[in-house]
Design a protein around this ligand. Structure first.
Ligand code: ZN
Length: 438
């Protein structure tokens, strides 16, 4: 029922109309909710707090600690669970999802109308939120579906995580972000509007267009990629002049730049031009990782994408399968070196390469390679918030921050896989998932 229809019914009601009008004029104070669980990991450090509560009023956290909860508050008792800040995924593609049959999926997605694809995007966004991911950075989409989805979520039209979005990823003709190599008279070649550019001036134009349409972050293809057919996976795809034009233009608007990058040389060029994060990073050398640490450039490792493309390699076209295997073979050692060097790491998964909603597996995949559970949790909360520039709003459980809160079963430091099955999800004070029965 529309709001207009409700308003008509209220106006037509013979009794109680005045009382309803009064209620509408002076809305009741927001409800206070007390969240109780055996453990709290608030992401301000690496330790668990025992017996603490998180108090929420409206869309804000108002207290975290062991003080007596305010009288009259609604209590949600989650039992033997761990309360954490809502998870953050710094690398998603919410508007899309690869099919288990590569060409079948490609055909389907190409045939869909943008409005039709937007329906899928809304479903993927909801799944992501239900998986405990209350904030995402969406790094590349087609047909402006990402902007529409973000605006729709912000307007309350559909339910999904807080989204920072990149509009079209920016890259070179024939590179990882370009359309498939169809004959140009059959499929219109892409230009700066779609993020495809040659030379610094055209690349600057491409950035300006994405920001005009609402990009919160700029995404570039610094090197080749796995799931594109024509390009080698590791070679640079933007020149130093193009990188400088893109990154300086984005930084003028206070937009960060995330570089899709597998190759080491490409990463060095992007870092020299001032990039803010390297995504994937399969072939990064120890020297490059040290440079990233020195400059505060984040690594967004996307272990989930590595896991998924390795698992699916046999089903991909042969050229893509070969690239998937080569990148996966190198990535594990790179990640271990990154841990040893101490590069800042933000959790990112490349959701859409694998089915949306499995994002929480990233925590376990990072700990399998030696990251501590607490460090993995920080990468997916506080540290990702810093990379996204939203640390004033989310990333920790602290008074004044947005009420984006997750609970996972048991003691999360003993079982990191609990992050794959949240029992409670709250986004901006609204309960999205509650399996506690209270
Ligand atoms: Zn990606």
């Amino acid at each position: 029922m529309t709001m207009l229809r409700i308003a008509t019914l209220i106006a037509a009601a013979p009794l109680g109309t005045a009382a309803l009008a009064q209620t509408a004029d002076a809305p009741a104070a927001p409800e206070t909710v007390v969240l109780k669980a055996a453990h709290v990991f608030d992401s301000t450090g690496t330790a668990l707090k025992e017996g603490a509560t998180v108090v929420v009023r409206g869309d804000r956290i108002v207290a975290v600690g062991t003080a007596a909860p305010p009288a009259g508050a609604r209590v949600i008792d989650l039992g033997d669970a761990t309360l954490l800040p809502g998870f953050i995924d710094a690398h998603t593609h919410l508007t899309d999802q690869f099919d288990k049959d590569y060409y079948h999926g490609f055909y389907n997605r190409t045939m869909r109308f943008p409005a039709e694809q937007a329906m899928y995007a809304a479903m993927y966004a909801r799944r992501t939120l239900e998986a405990g991911f209350t904030t995402v950075r969406n790094v590349g989409a087609e047909d402006f579906i990402d902007v529409g989805l973000r605006n729709g979520i912000n307007a309350g039209v559909t339910e999904g995580p807080r989204m920072l979005t990149a509009v079209h990823g920016i890259g070179s003709p024939g590179g990882h972000f370009d359309n498939y190599a169809f004959p140009p008279d059959r499929v219109k070649p892409w230009g700066p509007i779609e993020g495809i550019c040659s030379g610094p001036e055209e690349c600057r134009e491409a950035v300006r267009y994405q920001m005009k349409w609402g990009a919160d972050v700029i995404k570039i293809a610094a090197s080749g990629g796995v799931l594109s057919e024509s390009d080698p996976v590791d070679v640079p795809q933007l020149t130093p002049e193009e990188l400088t034009a893109i990154i300086s233009e984005a930084h003028k608007w206070n937009r960060k730049v995330a570089a899709h990058c597998h190759g080491d040389t490409a990463a060095r060029l992007a870092i020299a031009a001032g990039v803010d994060s390297i995504e994937h990073g399969s072939f990064l050398s120890e020297d490059t990782l040290k440079l990233m640490k020195a400059k505060g450039v984040y690594l967004v490792p996307t272990r989930m994408a590595v896991y998924w493309v390795s698992k699916m390699a046999d089903t991909y076209p042969p050229k893509i399968a070969a690239k998937a295997r080569a990148a996966a073979a190198a990535h594990g050692n790179m990640f271990k070196t990154a841990l040893r060097v101490g590069v800042p790491i933000a959790l990112g998964t490349d959701a859409g390469v694998y089915p949306h909603g499995m994002n929480g597996m990233e925590f376990g995949l990072m700990t399998e390679l030696g990251m501590s559970p607490a460090a993995a949790l920080l990468a997916g909360t506080r540290d990702a918030a810093k990379l996204l520039g939203v640390e004033g709003e989310v990333g920790t459980l602290e008074a004044g921050k947005a009420a984006d809160i997750v609970a996972v079963p048991g003691n999360v430091l003993n079982d990191i896989h609990g992050t794959e099955h949240p029992v409670f999800v709250m986004h901006l004070g609204h309960v999205v998932v509650n399996k506690s029965g209270s």
